[in-house]
Design a protein around this ligand. Structure first.
Ligand SMILES: C[S@@+](CC[C@H](N)C(=O)[O-])C[C@H]1O[C@@H](n2cnc3c(N)ncnc32)[C@H](O)[C@@H]1O
Length: 254
């Protein structure tokens, strides 16, 4: 993504947070500006149009803010012709342990994008995973223990229909010093945000791939650190098949 488009998107995506609180606004700037995953998700057209997405551990809802801003720019005619067009019609649900963050996201996004983003306080281990096409867990799965991760992955597998998508980012516990550095940063941010310093439940990337493949996902991994010397890996885990192939879950990814 070109710098000028990224700058425009950061401006559009964070503007709704200005009236909610200056801390939220600047947090959004820092996160969207410094984390390469947001631009990558657009560039690589990871989300199909009209997908119903749940973002578990959603924080203030920056993933939703980013994609809804991209759609707005696109529909307003400001999207550059040489950039991959963004998905349209996405609907986001978010679940976040910290109620004040979910509330801030709702106050920012709902007046501008009615019906498109709804964040709630809650625990990702108790998420309602009905009626969706995509599950995203960015940098949050390691807060729950191994047995609970397994249950969450089982629930995600059961909720997604053919062609369904699970997007996650994890730290690669097999990456030595780079993993150690990313742990320090992650724990510091977590502490600043008001969490106790929790134990983190990380796995080497091969193990993440293995447990997802064991559940039937086709998995692609991609380092996602930007300029930082960290060990963060994005996993794009897709169920084979096409939406609507079975009648259990009305997945609609096209
Ligand atoms: C590192 S932040 C990532 C936030 C967001 N996914 C992003 O990429 O901007 C991790 C988030 O997960 C949330 N979290 C941790 N444990 C959780 C749980 N059990 N259920 C829901 N959210 C949780 C934290 O409160 C925090 O907002």
């Amino acid at each position: 993504m070109k710098r000028s488009l990224k700058k425009q998107l950061i401006h559009l995506a964070t503007l709704p947070f200005k009236s909610v609180g200056i801390v939220h606004y600047y947090w959004g700037h820092g996160k969207l500006g410094g984390d390469p995953i947001f631009a990558a998700l657009l560039d690589e057209q990871i989300f199909p149009s009209d997908a119903r997405i749940i973002d578990l551990g959603c924080g203030r809802g920056l993933l939703a803010a980013w994609f809804l801003a991209a759609e707005k720019l696109f529909l307003d005619g400001g999207w550059p012709a040489d950039a991959a067009p963004p998905p349209t019609g996405l609907r986001f649900r978010g679940l976040e342990l910290m109620g004040r963050e979910a509330e801030a996201g709702n106050r920012a996004l709902q007046p501008i994008y009615p019906g498109r983003a709804s964040l709630a306080q809650g625990d990702l281990r108790q998420a309602d995973l009905s009626q969706l096409d995509v599950v995203a867990i960015l940098d949050a799965l390691h807060y729950v223990n191994y047995a609970e991760q397994d249950v969450v992955l089982d629930q995600i597998r059961a909720a997604l229909g053919p062609g369904g998508l699970f997007l996650t980012r994890v730290g690669d516990a097999g990456a030595g010093l780079r993993f150690f550095l990313s742990q320090i940063v992650d724990r510091s941010i977590s502490f600043v945000q008001g969490h106790r310093l929790p134990r983190m439940w990380c796995r080497p990337i091969q193990e993440w791939v293995r447990i997802l493949e064991a559940r039937g996902f086709e998995v692609r991994t991609q380092p996602m650190n930007g300029a930082n010397p960290f060990a963060n890996i994005m996993l794009v885990a897709k169920l084979p098949g096409h939406p609507g192939e079975h009648t259990g879950n009305p997945a609609r990814i096209g």
